[in-house]
Design a protein around this ligand. Structure first.
Ligand SMILES: [Fe+2]
Length: 468
């Protein structure tokens, strides 16, 4: 049996391919499907089956393109209402592929149509008369240290879905043996849950013991906890789920990006267009096109672009090379942001050569920040998510997670310099660029973020913020 996890850090998304006797299955493919075709060729197997564990809301799946390029069948939960040709999967559905047996469990909760796939393989069982489950692909039903959020459906309330999730976990997933491996569709940083662990695989036993959601014994209490303080829900989630219900167009059908001269970009910016600078934060800080938003390719680029700009934002891309541009374009397409207005030909250098101004973003070290905070000349804005803030933050800091940045942070005094920090400096650079764009002067990025603050052994506090 061949089994491989494909982990896409940009979206914290895991997809899978497995094969037996030359026949392969792909589960939850990312939009650019070349990786599966290459892996199939390398392992001399043919992709015959594609499973979607649910209608993904946070990315556009490549199931339709992969099916059209391989002739594979697509399987999806019967409740999905999928409008592309598919096999509707109901509870107990079984597929035999070589020596593998795939059994689907209908596990509504994260979404009504969610399914989990239990994998058994004759080669992995000592006794071929009773083939034991070896792994379960849990989609967004069960994550490592977390479970799927229950508020992405328009048909059911979060409380209804949380109740279904409790039943799915307790009546189906937790009935599996402790040694069954757990492979979810997302990892740390994904907005499909709240606070997932960074590892890529777990076991039922480990989750049974350590996953906070599985420690909650009453259904009522589970619903209560799962429906309060839900993380931000980006607007593009609803759009992506609909794209996936119909199946997305092939990536090769996307039109080429148009090159724009600096003067053209200047005109577009004056008309309100968004320039999206995808260079590393350091390069952005050294000099950028006024009003441009920095979301660097080094982090969860596409998730942030989708959440903060939206699928209909039609940005102009600014990158440091043709390769970086192509990478940005593809990563945006993976979440359904397909319609970019163009790109700045020659990048920031061309802008400079055209005699147009660049602006800088000042940075401050944690040591210098700590000194400045002895006086009253600087305010601190923490843009991390709630669990990170709760685990420790700088005394006196304001808190406004980057997920909320479609609206400017309310408590900020425009007359005092603002030092913005996150965990390591990636999100704070995005936040700084958005604040500059919104007209805040004196924005300063904290180099290395809260990690650097802690490494420098500077003091922090742990009380929860007062919610507005
Ligand atoms: Fe999901």
């Amino acid at each position: 049996m061949y089994f491989e996890q494909f982990y896409l850090g940009c979206l914290a998304h895991a997809s899978y391919m497995m094969a037996s006797e030359g026949e392969a299955i792909v589960v939850d493919p990312q939009r650019d499907v070349e990786i599966y075709l290459k892996a199939a060729e390398a392992n001399q197997v043919s992709i015959r089956h594609i499973f979607e564990t649910h209608l993904h809301a946070d990315f556009v799946s490549g199931h339709r393109e992969l099916a059209s390029r391989t002739g594979a069948k697509i399987y999806i939960g019967a409740q999905a209402g999928a409008t592309f040709p598919h096999i509707a999967v109901e509870d107990g559905f079984q597929l035999r592929v070589g020596k593998m047996r795939i059994t689907a469990l209908e596990t509504p909760g994260h979404t009504p149509e969610s399914i989990c796939l239990v994998i058994a393989d004759e080669e992995k069982s000592a006794d071929s008369s009773s083939v034991k489950p070896w792994a379960v692909l849990t989609g967004d039903t069960l994550f490592l240290g977390d479970v799927g959020r229950p508020d992405l459906s328009r048909r059911y309330t979060p409380a209804q879905l949380a109740g279904m999730l409790y039943d799915s976990l307790h009546n189906k997933i937790l009935r599996l043996q402790d040694d069954v491996l757990v492979y979810p569709a997302h990892g740390a940083g994904s907005l499909c849950g709240r606070n997932m662990r960074a590892e890529k695989v777990s076991t039922i036993g480990m989750e049974r013991l350590t996953n906070y959601a599985l420690q909650i014994k009453s259904r009522e209490e589970f619903i209560e906890q799962l429906t309060c303080n839900l993380p931000a829900r980006p607007e593009y989630f609803v759009q992506d789920a609909e794209i996936n219900r119909a199946g997305a167009a092939a990536l090769s059908d996307l039109p080429a990006l148009s090159p724009l001269e600096p003067a053209e970009l200047k005109t577009l910016l004056a008309e309100g267009a968004i320039a999206l600078d995808v260079r590393p934060g350091e390069a952005f800080a050294a000099g950028h096109v006024p009003g441009s938003v920095n979301i660097a390719l080094s982090g969860q680029f596409a998730s942030w672009a989708g959440a903060l700009l939206g699928l209909d934002s039609r940005p102009v891309l600014i990158a440091e090379s043709e390769d970086a541009m192509a990478e940005a374009r593809m990563r945006l397409a993976r979440i359904g942001l397909e319609d970019a207005r163009g790109y700045l030909k020659g990048g920031v250098n061309a802008w400079k050569k055209a005699g147009l101004p660049l602006i800088e973003l000042p940075q401050i070290t944690v040591e210098a920040l700590s000194q400045r905070l002895q006086g009253t000349g600087m305010q601190v804005l923490d843009v991390r998510r709630e669990p990170e803030w709760d685990a420790g933050h700088i005394a006196g800091a304001s808190w406004w997670p980057l997920d909320n940045f479609k609206v400017a942070p309310p408590e900020i005094d425009r007359n005092i310099p603002i030092a913005v920090h996150c965990k390591g400096g990636y999100r704070s650079m995005i936040a700084c660029s958005l604040l500059q764009r919104a007209g805040f002067q004196n924005v300063v990025n904290v180099v290395g973020g809260f990690d650097a603050w802690q490494q420098a052994k500077l003091p922090f506090v742990m009380e929860k913020p007062v919610e507005a």
